[in-house]
Design a protein around this ligand. Structure first.
Ligand code: SF4
Length: 239
């Protein structure tokens, strides 16, 4: 299968089947912690990167062939090799998946395109959005996420705030913390102010444990993670 992967069991989503909206890594960021390796060519333009008919066909045949496993699925998760909202038909894909299954749908996004009202509208019908926000300081954002030149941090933050107003499902904001880069307490306090405006249902603190694109990416220690969690308040959890 080219676009369907898993199912993957995770603590936060349970058993979920992944749907990728690209066949090669297609992203507008080049995060130092990315598990898919370096983004060779960052793209910003939204496009029909793959034919969504093929994704639906693969999903239908996976569900037919894996009847028993399918019964245990908790989520269909749209993420995959890159940023799924770069695909112009993500909204249409969500509608078509809704028509053929009753599973909950989650979208994992790097948030870069949420400033675009059409992108936010395309996601309104899912159950859960897991957007990332690793930094609220331009310099730190560039260090961690190494964005395409057209990605704008202020638009990301404004997009997340607008999403909360328009979207009635759950938002679990994910922060990937890298030791010595975005885990400084002054930065965490700035993040907290912005997160209060976004008002997610949960704040999920993560730190890289698997192999990352860059070798000198260090996870944040348990004691510091606990301190950050305490600062961010009772919606925060370490995942
Ligand atoms: S946004 Fe996701 S896919 Fe893109 S570089 Fe970052 S971690 Fe990798």
């Amino acid at each position: 299968m080219k676009y369907i992967y898993g199912p993957i069991k995770s603590r936060r989503l349970g058993l979920s089947l992944g749907l990728s909206l690209s066949s090669d890594k297609t992203c507008n960021l080049d995060c130092v912690y990315c598990q898919w390796g370096k983004t060779e060519k960052k793209v910003f333009q939204r496009n029909k990167y793959v034919n969504i008919d093929e994704i639906i066909k693969e999903l239908e045949s996976w569900l037919d062939e894996n009847f028993k496993k399918a019964k245990k699925l908790k989520f269909l998760t749209i993420s995959g090799l890159g940023e799924p909202t770069l695909h112009t038909q993500i909204g249409e894909l969500i509608n078509r998946v809704r028509k053929i299954t009753n599973y909950k749908i989650a979208v994992i996004t790097n948030s870069t395109l949420l400033g675009d009202p059409f992108v936010r509208k395309a996601l309104l019908d899912v159950d859960l959005i897991v957007p990332s926000l690793d930094a609220v300081d331009e310099k730190i954002f560039k260090q961690v996420d190494r964005p395409h030149a057209d990605v704008n941090l202020n638009e990301i933050i404004a997009g997340l705030i607008a999403l909360r107003k328009e979207f009635h499902g759950k938002i679990w904001l994910e922060i990937m913390l890298i030791s010595g880069v975005n885990d400084d307490i002054r930065h965490i306090k700035k993040l907290k102010k912005i997160i209060q405006l976004i008002s997610p249902d949960r704040i999920q603190l993560n730190s890289p444990v698997r192999a990352t694109t860059e070798k000198d990416v260090l996870p944040v220690g348990k004691t510091k993670l606990e301190k950050i969690k305490k600062i961010l308040g009772n919606k925060a959890e370490i995942i």
